[in-house]
Write a protein that binds this ligand. Structure first.
Ligand code: PMM
Length: 282
């Protein structure tokens, strides 16, 4: 999944594609680079961000989705608002990617149920101005807590009439998480997969990677210089190192992450071949 942020203020690429034509051109480039899905968003969720008005969000995403979907792309809309989801689906989006998992605007679940699109529900606790005050995961630990909170969201999603085959779950890296929480979640993906749904992971360019690569004085690595660490992580996740290959990786530099997927696929093929040969011998 390639990211098309039509925002002036996203932490990863804010302001680069906030004009619709530039956003469409970027989406087409991501497709050429090997993206299967384009995730078009008009609201920045960086820590501390203030929300755009509904009209602003619509103006940002609808024309971009219309054009990309008309060209045949599988488009996902990254929104927490029911109205934006409805208009995006009308414009051709086939997936609603809701970072709030239906908590910010519960009516979004009715839109998804009515339109029959796929729904990505991310683990979330509050809007960006407040989320980093909500990083307490008590004695259960972050993996158990996120699993339980996602299970609650699944119950609400099912109650709205959305079929299991259309639900995807996401641990929400960087959302109400401290750096070590993100690593624990990545190591615990198999426990989240036990809920029975495909997993989407968005690690690309996030702060926990910047902190991992901090310089000697503790200054995090700038956003634009975190790509290689994200690519390494994609290779591990795609190879299923944590026990569960993820269904979808949400990334900015699609070409580099595609290379990581090629490495992971080759790795897994060779392992499968060796296992088969071993069986024949046995
Ligand atoms: N992260 C961001 C935005 N949308 N959607 C999903 N499903 N998962 C994520 O981790 C996620 C998301 C924030 O990152 P950005 O500023 O790079 O878009």
């Amino acid at each position: 999944m390639g990211v098309v942020n039509v925002t002036p203020d996203s932490f990863s690429d804010g302001g680069q594609y906030d004009d619709p034509q530039r956003a469409v051109a970027h989406g087409l480039q991501l497709l050429a680079d090997g993206a299967d899905i384009l995730d078009v968003g008009g609201e920045s969720t960086r820590p501390g961000a203030t929300r755009p008005l509904l009209a602003e969000e619509l103006d940002r995403v609808v024309p971009v989705i219309e054009e990309l979907a008309a060209g045949g792309a599988v488009v996902s809309v990254d929104t927490m608002r029911a109205e934006v989801a409805a208009r995006a689906v009308e414009a051709g989006a086939q997936i609603v990617n809701d970072v709030s998992g239906g908590l910010a605007d519960p009516a979004i679940l009715d839109v998804v149920a009515r339109t029959g699109v796929t729904y990505v529900a991310m683990h979330w606790r509050a809007h960006s101005d407040r989320m980093q005050q909500l990083t307490d995961y008590d004695d259960r630990g972050v993996v158990e807590a996120v699993r339980a909170e996602l299970a609650d969201r699944v119950a609400a999603i099912r109650a709205a009439g959305i079929a299991d085959e259309r639900i995807v779950l996401d641990p929400g890296l960087g959302f109400a998480k401290l750096p070590h929480h993100n690593w624990e979640l990545l190591r615990g993906l198999d426990q989240l997969a036990e809920l029975g749904f495909p997993l989407l992971v968005g690690a690309s360019r996030k702060t926990f990677l910047g902190r991992l690569l901090a310089d000697g004085s503790g200054e995090p690595r700038p956003v634009a210089e975190r790509e290689a660490a994200g690519v390494a992580l994609s290779a591990l996740l795609a190879a299923g190192v944590g026990g569960t290959p993820v269904w979808c990786l949400r990334v900015h530099d699609v070409r580099a992450h595609r290379d990581a997927l090629a490495v992971a696929a080759q790795w897994n093929t060779q392992n499968a071949d060796r296992a088969a040969t071993g069986k024949e011998r046995a």
